[in-house]
Design a protein around this ligand. Sequence first.
Ligand code: S3P
Length: 174
Amino acid sequence: MMNNIILIGMMGSGKSTIAKALRVKLAYDVFDTDDAIEKKTGNTISEIFKAKGEVYFRQLENTMCKGLGLHNNIISTGGGIILNSENVKLLKEKGPIIYLSGTIDTLLNRLINETENRPLISKNELQQQLTNILNNRKELYENAADIIVKIDDKDIDTISNEIIMNLREIGYKF
Ligand code: S3P
């Protein structure tokens, strides 16, 4: 198994922020699948969804997973990456998968002013949208995960330290 660390979880679970915190603590690099897709296509996630639809975006995500040849990276994934079981299999080969798990309330608070460039959510229907999405995905996140870290009421430092502690417990070599 390669020694990357993979972060999965809902929009608003803090994958990008935690990836940056872990980068500092572990002196790893960060690879963000959404950023990579934007860079590769020259379009924002919203633009891709608008012009070509979600199915096309999911194909880009899958191609991205197939091409991942990383080492010593924190891989921060788009929230829907686990919808394709092949992606999960490919990511598992890259390193342990950490699920950042939060309640709808936590996600709602974090996303209320962050719905832009997130085509699956909108400010006025946020609670219902998040509830639906999490209901559909909860099991997929849990099944994909080697480690589940609860994020509710915790700061970035606490969450990243918990991740490191859990990785040690499963024998991960830093
Ligand atoms: C999505 C999450 C987004 C982005 C796209 C779809 C999802 O990434 O990939 O808008 O399906 O949950 P973040 O989880 O980084 O917001």
